[in-house]
Design a protein around this ligand. Structure first.
Ligand SMILES: [Zn+2]
Length: 535
């Protein structure tokens, strides 16, 4: 064999490093892994990561994965192709239907009293403007009415106009900025004034008789019936330039989210009788109830095929951004873990499954349907690892209320390299997830469903359900750490000579208002769109 200068350099290094490290480029600091499978998992996770490739195609080229949209189909097809390329068996497993919708173009411009392109987009599942053509109309405020009768009396005046229905934030500057730069007295007064205005706004909406939810659902529906041109909303996420983008419930007219800055400007223009007029267009298409499926991939167990390690991460997203951290990161973490496992541990003792769940955002529907449709997996579950809170390093692992699972988790974690485990805090015995993400769909049966909690990375303000949930926000080092960790945990759980015990904690933490804590109950998911909007 010809000696390459690089190989010679490695041989010198190897004198200082433990012999076991010679076959593998990198090895974690502070830990010598004797186990060849763990060494190979580490090397693959660190040196040949596919995370950026998967992320770039999914988030940039295909885009968000709202349930019922053609992009969801395209993204699921990409997952099937990716698994096929790895030689891993994967399938789309249909469990029900959801209302189909295709997002087209949308834009909104202020045209009076001056021209300005506004930062705005139609909400998910919004109707478009008639034939997708631009509509030019005045912008009006919701009136401050005495009661519902007065509101209904006012409604004819709103016909053909764009109506502002969200609270006009007094400041679109995040609180951190105020705290950093203003005097403490100013911050206190600003917050108090904002609270007063917010309460007054809630009252004003309540008096219409159509109190609103996240997107002022009821009131938007009533305005729709009254023949307005469109509904303008703002769900500010309390950070610079960031809004949460959910879905519309109107049957005929579009609902736009307009950025905090632009929305409040429209509000001030209308309030001061300066005659704001906007021109807006939106294209969308309703496709009726369409099939909805999970993507399931599998590496079959060689000794105990009816026992399962399940990697879990929801696949669907809201569609204001690309769903990069919610839950694109969980998605590519599990796909990458499967890629690593297929190479490093191709014949697992137990079956390793991955569930890329659909419709988590609509109420954990995909995972709940899978749990209901696959009692054999729930019964045979050795461990489920779910990740669903963004790009940060995994730092919280809980035994989910299963005291019987503590020794198993401790065994597995003791085998993780210190580079990974030193960042992790363990919650023993912890509590079962009651909702929030898909581990809840399994732990409700007492099956070992563990959540892997990541460092926050400004998730709730800046990326979770927002228009800024995009590729650029990802932290590749932490994601490599997470995929490597998940692959290691999956291997250790699948290979463990012992079966994970399901003994539960006997005393649960108190619930709301001090009520006795209960083990969360399983919920049967809807198999089609509940309360579809009449169109
Ligand atoms: Zn999520």
């Amino acid at each position: 064999m010809r000696r390459h200068p690089f190989i010679a350099a490695l041989a010198v290094l190897a004198l200082a490093a433990p012999a076991a490290a010679q076959n593998f480029g990198g090895q974690p600091r502070g830990f010598t892994m004797e186990n060849p499978v763990l060494r190979r998992i580490w090397a693959m996770g660190m040196d040949s990561s596919m995370l950026q490739t998967y992320a770039q195609v999914l988030f940039d080229s295909i885009g968000p994965r709202l349930v019922g949209t053609p992009q969801m189909d395209a993204a699921q097809d990409y997952m099937l192709r990716s698994y096929a390329a790895l030689g891993i068996t994967a399938r789309k497993e249909r469990y029900g239907t959801w209302r189909g919708w295709r997002r087209g173009r949308s834009r909104i411009d202020l045209v009076q009293p001056r021209l300005r392109s506004l930062e705005g987009t139609m909400l998910g599942f919004s109707p478009g403007t008639p034939n997708g053509r631009a509509v030019r109309a005045p912008v009006v405020l919701l009136p401050d009415v005495a009661d519902s009768a007065a509101f209904v009396q006012w409604l004819p005046q709103a016909a053909g106009k764009f109506v502002l229905v969200s609270f006009p934030q007094p400041t679109c500057r995040p609180d951190e900025s105020w705290t950093a730069h203003a005097t403490a007295e100013t911050v206190t007064r600003m917050r108090a004034q904002r609270d007063t205005l917010q309460r007054a706004w809630t009252d004003r909406i309540r008096r219409t008789g159509y109190p609103g939810g996240l997107s002022n659902g009821n009131i938007a529906r009533r305005l729709d019936q009254a023949g307005v041109a469109g509904v303008l909303t703002n769900t500010w996420s309390a950070g610079w330039g960031v809004d949460k983008i959910f879905s519309a419930v109107t049957a005929r007219v579009p609902v736009f989210d307009v950025s905090c800055e632009d929305y409040t400007m429209l509000y001030r223009l209308a309030l001061n009788n300066q005659g704001p007029v906007v021109e807006a267009m939106a294209e969308s298409q309703f496709l009726g109830e369409v099939p909805s499926s999970n993507v399931i991939a599998e590496i079959r167990g060689s000794e105990l095929p009816n026992e399962y390690v399940l990697l879990s991460a929801h696949f669907d997203s809201w569609d204001g951004g690309s769903g990069a951290t919610d839950n694109g990161t969980g998605t590519i973490t599990m796909l990458e873990a499967m890629r690593i496992l297929k190479a490093a541990y191709p014949n697992p003792r137990r079956t390793i499954l991955v569930g890329h769940w659909n419709a988590e955002e609509m109420g954990l529907i995909g995972s709940r349907a899978f749990a209901a449709d696959h009692p054999e997996v729930v019964t045979g579950l050795q461990a489920l690892f779910n990740q669903d809170n963004g790009t940060g390093r995994i730092q919280n692992v809980s035994a989910a209320g299963l005291i019987g699972a503590v020794p198993a988790l401790a065994r597995w974690v003791a085998n993780l390299p210190a580079d990974i485990s030193r960042n992790v805090t363990f919650g023993f015995a912890g509590s079962p997830a009651g909702g929030g993400s898909d581990n809840a769909s399994f732990i409700c049966s007492g099956a070992p469903g563990f959540g892997l909690g990541s460092e926050g990375f400004d998730y709730f303000a800046y990326t979770w359900h927002t228009n800024r949930d995009t590729y650029d926000k990802l932290n590749w080092e932490d994601l490599r750490n997470n995929a490597t960790m998940v692959a290691m945990l999956a291997y250790l759980a699948a290979d463990d000579p012992e079966h994970v015990s399901r003994d539960r904690r006997t005393v649960m933490p108190a619930g709301q208002g001090g009520a006795p804590g209960q083990w969360p109950a399983c919920v049967q998911p809807p198999r089609q769109t509940p309360n579809p909007v009449e169109r």
